[in-house]
Design a protein around this ligand. Structure first.
Ligand SMILES: Nc1nc2c([nH]c(=O)n2[C@@H]2O[C@H](COP(=O)(O)OP(=O)(O)OP(=O)(O)O)[C@@H](O)[C@H]2O)c(=O)[nH]1
Length: 144
């Protein structure tokens, strides 16, 4: 079995509204997976808790204040077949409580609220496809 030297932990969040939609973000064209739609988030920094990383990334990328206490785990994905010496461990949280109005703050990125049908049709990085499948049952609408 291949051994990896580094595990890069990435946190991402499915921000769920009361109309049964989730907020997706399009990666800037110049980045890896450019133009694809993913759950907002990013790499956990040294010494940072996972929840703190979620709160920081969502503030930086979308200008939203996520309630850390309201975060709940949905699922994870791992690119264990990658041939490089690094692997991504992507932890997907859910959030139903936040403050502010979302905007795409990163140059070249875009955001979109999507329902279950639209989510299933978005082009995504490979790791996100099983994550999106786990989010679809949460998009029933009007739950709290
Ligand atoms: N945030 C996020 N990253 C994902 C997802 N799916 C996925 O494969 N990734 C990958 O995980 C890595 C996260 O890096 P990032 O570029 O978003 O992290 P960051 O905000 O800390 O980036 P930076 O390097 O610009 O500071 C990228 O390689 C990205 O392609 C996803 O749903 N959300």
């Amino acid at each position: 079995m291949e051994k990896f030297s580094t595990v890069m932990i990435v946190v991402a969040v499915a921000i769920l509204d009361r109309a049964g939609r989730v907020l997706m973000q399009q990666r800037p064209p110049n980045k890896q997976h450019g133009g694809l739609w993913e759950f907002p988030g990013g790499k956990v920094e040294a010494g940072e808790t996972l929840a703190a990383a979620v709160v920081r990334e969502i503030d930086e990328e979308l200008g939203l204040a996520i309630d850390a206490e309201g975060l709940f785990p949905i699922c994870f994905a791992n690119d264990a077949l990658a041939s490089s010496s690094r692997q991504i461990l992507l932890l997907l949280y859910g959030a139903r409580i936040w403050g502010g109005v979302a905007m795409a703050k990163e140059a070249g990125s875009a955001i979109r609220w999507v329902d279950a049908k639209e989510l299933a049709g978005l082009p995504m990085p490979p790791l996100d496809i099983p994550l999106a499948q786990a989010v679809i049952p949460l998009l029933g609408g009007c739950q709290r």
